[in-house]
Design a protein around this ligand. Structure first.
Ligand code: SF4
Length: 361
């Protein structure tokens, strides 16, 4: 894919193989799916299901759970029964857990073949996935790059990560399976970008894209937005996860915003607000945050402006469908650039909410 204008992005996704995860299709021009990972104990079915329900409501489309024990693998059965989005099992080291996860209904499994061990064990997992017709996500991480590749490339490099991933893909293809999703990770954002540019040229399978170990809310959001932004805008990437050290619901909010900013998702209310300045006479920062929370669940596709003053506010808000602009202890309600009425500061939020609730009346 070339860098093109926003509107064309959807049309210029890289042509990858189409893969089904439960009832969600990724690759082959399908929309970029948003995923996240639970941080509850998977063995604790109730907490895990509660968290998944919250994530579903926030817009999560695929959910992954860690499967560190046989009890966790068995819990997948009941978790899956109670949720509404595809369930992915995340397996490290023990191939028996991968097999148990598949038998208990996982819609996809994620493995790093490098830490599963012998070829026989990988083959056993492949055979089970084949029997249940579920995709395998083949994941490699810069942190676990094989020594020979580190030596070949003189350190951990994008080329080394790509070669490692493609070695594993070819191994699984030779074992007779091509229902695959591939992920390559590096916490170095620019190395991650380069690795995705390289792998997109040689890998026919959908790519799961994420910046790993990206950090707490602020640094994680910025690293993910920069990294995913560059990668997705080249047409690369079929499903994304924003990794944040925090509530996974924050990952979903960020993923949605990143996709919408890139023109890869439509819908939902976009809130624009001014940076505030010496002319601001109302609590605009508080108001903008309240507005953003208030509109989160309203299923309208429009732009709301929250501006600090009447000097520039109405002008700057003209492009928005509806907006409020602050004055001294009061504000103006503006629709399509026209001032509709004056409202007391403490009633601005409710007035805006009422307008949105009656938008299509
Ligand atoms: Fe300042 Fe008004 Fe512009 Fe906000 S809209 S930054 S308050 S001039």
């Amino acid at each position: 894919g070339q860098m093109k204008g926003k509107k064309e992005n959807v049309m210029t996704r890289n042509e990858t193989k189409q893969i089904r995860i439960g009832d969600v299709w990724i690759g082959g021009g399908n929309k970029v799916a948003i995923q996240s990972m639970t941080n509850t104990k998977t063995e604790d079915v109730k907490s895990t299901v509660d968290q998944i329900h919250r994530l579903e409501k926030a817009g999560c489309e695929i959910i992954r759970c860690a499967v560190p024990t046989m009890e966790a693998a068995q819990a997948l059965k009941e978790i899956k029964r109670q949720i509404h989005i595809p369930l992915v099992a995340d397996i490290h080291f023990d191939y028996r857990l991968a097999i148990a996860a598949i038998e208990n209904g996982a819609d996809k499994i994620r493995i790093n073949p490098g830490n599963i061990g012998s070829k026989d064990r990988v083959q056993a997992v492949i055979d089970k996935a084949k029997e249940f017709q579920i995709p395998i996500r083949v994941g490699v991480n810069s942190g676990s790059l094989e020594k020979p590749l580190v030596e070949k490339y003189g350190g951990v490099t994008a080329e080394g990560i790509v070669e490692s991933a493609m070695d594993k893909v070819h191994m699984i293809e030779e074992m007779g399976y091509d229902n695959l999703v591939v992920s390559i990770k590096s916490s170095d954002v620019l190395m991650c970008v380069k690795a995705h540019e390289e792998i997109a040229k040689v890998c026919p399978y959908p790519l799961h894209v994420g910046i790993t170990e990206s950090g707490t809310l602020l640094s994680g959001n910025i690293k993910s937005a920069v990294g995913l932004g560059i990668i997705l805008n080249q047409g690369i990437g079929d499903t994304i996860r924003v990794s944040l050290t925090g509530d996974p619901a924050e990952e979903i909010k960020s993923a949605k915003l990143i996709l919408r900013t890139l023109g890869l998702r439509k819908g939902g209310i976009e809130v624009v607000s001014c940076p505030t300045c010496g002319r601001t006479k109302i609590d605009l920062i508080g108001l903008a945050n309240q507005v953003e929370n208030m509109v989160a669940d309203i299923p309208l596709d429009l732009k709301v402006a929250v501006m600090g003053c009447v000097v520039n506010g109405p002008g700057e808000a003209r492009e928005a469908d509806i907006g409020i602009a602050g004055g001294i202890g009061e504000g103006l309600l503006i629709k399509k650039g026209q001032v509709v009425k004056k409202v007391k500061e403490e009633e601005l939020l409710d007035t805006l909410r009422w307008e949105l609730m009656h938008w299509n009346d």
